[in-house]
Design a protein around this ligand. Structure first.
Ligand code: INI
Length: 159
């Protein structure tokens, strides 16, 4: 039997982070969480690139452009869409979700999904480094694990 699973070492990973400026109070905390998690898992600072986009709607295009350079092992998408604060919540939330899914499948690159879609600002705060953890950190770690797993699947080697 062969068993393959991804490790969470970021030591040799080139990671791109796309972060939205909308609700920056929240997304900056997601970014700090992601960076902290990558550092704690051995990432080399020189191998991390942070790209800022206006809103969550723009994340997918930036992710696609980064994926197409072929210079990243993993991407992390960070944004925050709050229902109470926007009439077009559903459109922005579904566009970024579907867009990221399309990029990850079409380009074959893992993308950690750290886009908060919440009812209220309070829920967003909870997920950005308070009682519900930091979804930016979780997304970064997931992206690293998946990048390692994809490598292993491609080579058929467990290490
Ligand atoms: N973008 C977000 O990331 N979060 C939001 O809550 C939000 N609201 O409230 O509208 C939002 N809108 C901007 C959108 O992502 C685009 O940047 C904009 O529509 C221009 O394309």
């Amino acid at each position: 039997m062969h068993t393959l699973a991804g490790n969470v070492s970021a030591a040799d990973m080139r990671v791109g982070i796309i972060v939205s400026r909308w609700n920056e109070f929240i997304t900056d905390r997601l970014l700090q969480g992601a960076l902290d998690e990558l550092r704690r898992h051995g990432a080399d600072e020189a191998n991390i690139t942070v790209v800022h986009v206006p809103g969550s709607f723009e994340i997918s295009l930036a992710a696609k452009a980064m994926a197409e350079t072929g210079t990243y092992d993993a991407l992390v998408a960070l944004g925050c869409v709050i229902r109470g604060a926007t009439g077009h919540y559903e459109f922005v939330a579904s566009a970024v979700t579907n867009g990221i899914n399309t990029v990850t499948l079409q380009c074959g690159i893992p993308i950690g999904f750290g886009v908060l879609t919440t009812e209220t600002l309070e829920q967003a705060i909870e997920r950005a480094g308070s009682k519900a953890g930091n979804k930016g950190a979780e997304a970064a770690l997931t992206a690293v694990e998946m990048a390692d797993l994809v490598r292993k699947i491609a080579t058929g080697k467990a290490k």
